[in-house]
Design a protein around this ligand. Structure first.
Ligand SMILES: Cc1cc2nc3c(=O)[nH]c(=O)nc-3n(C[C@H](O)[C@H](O)[C@H](O)COP(=O)(O)OP(=O)(O)OC[C@H]3O[C@@H](n4cnc5c(N)ncnc54)[C@H](O)[C@@H]3O)c2cc1C
Ligand code: SF4
Length: 475
């Protein structure tokens, strides 16, 4: 049986950084990825073709109650291949004391050093206004009129041409996703990356993982490793541990949470053509209770978030070029759970609490105000019932018509938790060196280890923690 210094499961933000850092220390590394390796030159500007190619479950992953759509990438490079390339450091002043109180006391200086190193390697810079879609100036104008601080975000793109198709992979190699950076860099140090691996299973003997097996194109392979590092993402890593009978006294799958929310569309008096250039560009400091970011997407994804039914929806879509959009997100409490149901299916339980819903509604109201202040003719929140606000005095309709989570079309691209860090083995899955309690050679290093919500786009912090964790794993 072939033996490696490290087997890494998952090749996204965490897995790619881990693979590079371990292989550059001279270790033999095998990366097992469930998705297919794609050639960026074949990425099409065609949503129907790309969704099943690069998204987990073809983009149809939801919570068990169907209230929340959860988007994740499933391809070599993971979600970084389909993400919006926004680079946001977490607010460590707020986050680290909260994590410490939950039993996860992490070294701030090491995380900050990791951010800095990654920012240089991934060519992080501020999004230039010239590449921001035209909805950006509408949004900034509205924020300025209301005295709400707003700013362009930083991103990891290099010589982007602003085609606006980031969520389906960059065919021009301008987004510095893991597919075109840390994965090939790891390979140049000797790492092996195997795609299309199904049914990865860990075999535990005593306090070590003795073997890792997987199916690939009809053949079962088994390898051994001195270290196994789970980087299959939130949901994926919990799912795989549970299927390998590693439950950690029921803690695997617990404390799942998400940063998610709803889109709000505004119709402007003239053509905006927000479709051109980068879709996600700005954040506004609306309140500490929600995150408000601009967004715009190609027509398929846009139509899902637009709201309205049948003829009303058809009529709205005809005005696609006049719309601009932004989203309101909240970080849920870590009360969700990943389990395997009696039919062997992955079950994701997560409910938005009344407090979450109230925060979203308040954020939607503020966002509607921003759009009206910028001159919007109407504001269309993404609701189950048809709501069209035509002036600021209509904003109260949101409160009246939205009573339950399923009155909104909720989505998240930032699932977190499920294998949280906590020094107390009765409460968490991994310790502060990212090692699974009681298993000498098993680590978890992805978004599933976050003890509580980041309240920010996650990739920078996932990569930074993987950077820090790689030293523990190598040691
Ligand atoms: C559409 C979209 C837009 C986003 N935009 C941004 C953004 O602009 N900025 C930002 O900061 N964040 C963004 N994110 C989130 C960010 O990309 C993720 O938080 C981050 O990539 C998570 O890293 P990860 O390593 O935990 O998981 P991923 O990057 O998702 O990697 C996990 C990998 O593991 C693989 N895997 C899962 N299960 C198995 C298994 N059983 N066996 C083998 N392999 C497995 C998956 O296929 C995947 O490749 C976005 C996400 C999406 C989906
Ligand atoms: S907007 Fe830029 S980074 Fe995104 S897909 Fe187009 S060229 Fe690539």
């Amino acid at each position: 049986m072939k033996r490696y210094d490290a087997v890494i499961v998952g090749s996204g933000a965490a897995g790619a950084v881990m693979a590079y850092r371990l292989s550059s220390k001279g270790m033999s590394v095998l990366v097992l990825e469930r998705g297919k390796r794609e050639d960026p030159a074949t990425f099409e500007h065609n949503e129907m073709e790309m969704l099943p190619r690069v998204y987990k479950n073809g983009g149809l992953q939801t919570t068990a109650d169907l209230d929340l759509a959860i988007m994740q990438g499933c391809t070599v490079g993971g979600s970084t291949v389909v993400n919006n390339a926004i680079w946001l450091r977490a607010d460590l002043d707020r986050l680290l004391p909260d994590w410490k109180a939950r039993g996860a006391d992490l070294d701030r200086a090491r995380i900050e050093a990791a951010y800095t190193d990654l920012e240089s390697k991934l060519r992080v810079s501020q999004i230039p206004m010239a590449l921001a879609n035209n909805g950006t100036s509408v949004f900034l104008r509205g924020c300025e009129a209301l005295g709400i601080p707003a700013r362009l975000l930083a991103h990891n793109r290099d010589e982007c041409i602003g085609c606006g198709w980031c969520n389906y992979g960059c065919r021009y190699n301008r987004k510095t996703s893991m597919l075109v950076t840390f994965i090939p860099w790891a390979e140049s140090h000797g790492a092996e990356v195997i795609d299309q691996c199904r049914d990865v299973r860990l075999t535990r003997r005593g306090s070590t993982i003795a073997e890792v097996s997987y199916h690939r194109l009809g053949v079962t392979e088994t390898v051994a490793a001195d270290r196994v590092v789970m980087c299959a993402g939130a949901i994926g890593s919990s799912d795989l541990l549970l299927r390998s009978d590693i439950t950690q006294r029921g803690n695997v799958g617990r404390h799942f949470h998400a940063l998610g929310g709803v889109m709000v569309t505004a119709e402007m008096p003239g053509e905006v053509d927000a479709y051109d250039k980068i879709g996600l560009t700005c954040v506004a400091d609306v309140s500490e209770e929600c995150v408000v970011e601009t967004f715009f997407s190609p027509p398929g994804a846009f139509s899902i978030t637009l709201g309205g039914w049948f003829a009303a929806h058809y009529d709205r879509m005809h005005r696609y070029t006049r719309f601009t959009q932004a989203g309101v997100m909240v970080g849920t409490d870590p009360t969700g759970r990943i389990t395997i149901d009696r039919k062997g299916r992955t079950k994701i339980d997560l409910s938005f609490s009344k407090r979450d819903l109230d925060r979203i509604k308040k954020g939607v109201g503020t966002l509607a105000g921003i759009f009206f202040a910028a001159g919007a003719l109407s504001v269309l929140p993404s609701t189950y019932r048809f709501i069209e606000l035509t002036n600021p005095s209509d904003i109260h309709l949101i409160d009246e018509q939205v009573q339950h989570a399923d009155d909104l079309l909720l989505g998240s691209a930032h699932p977190q938790g499920g294998n949280v860090i906590c020094e107390d083995p009765s409460k968490g899955v991994v310790d502060t060196s990212f090692r699974v309690h009681g298993v000498d050679n098993l680590f978890v290093v992805d978004a599933s280890v976050f003890p509580s919500n980041l309240w920010a786009n996650c990739q920078a912090t996932v990569m930074a923690l993987s950077h820090v964790a790689s030293d523990h794993v190598a040691a």
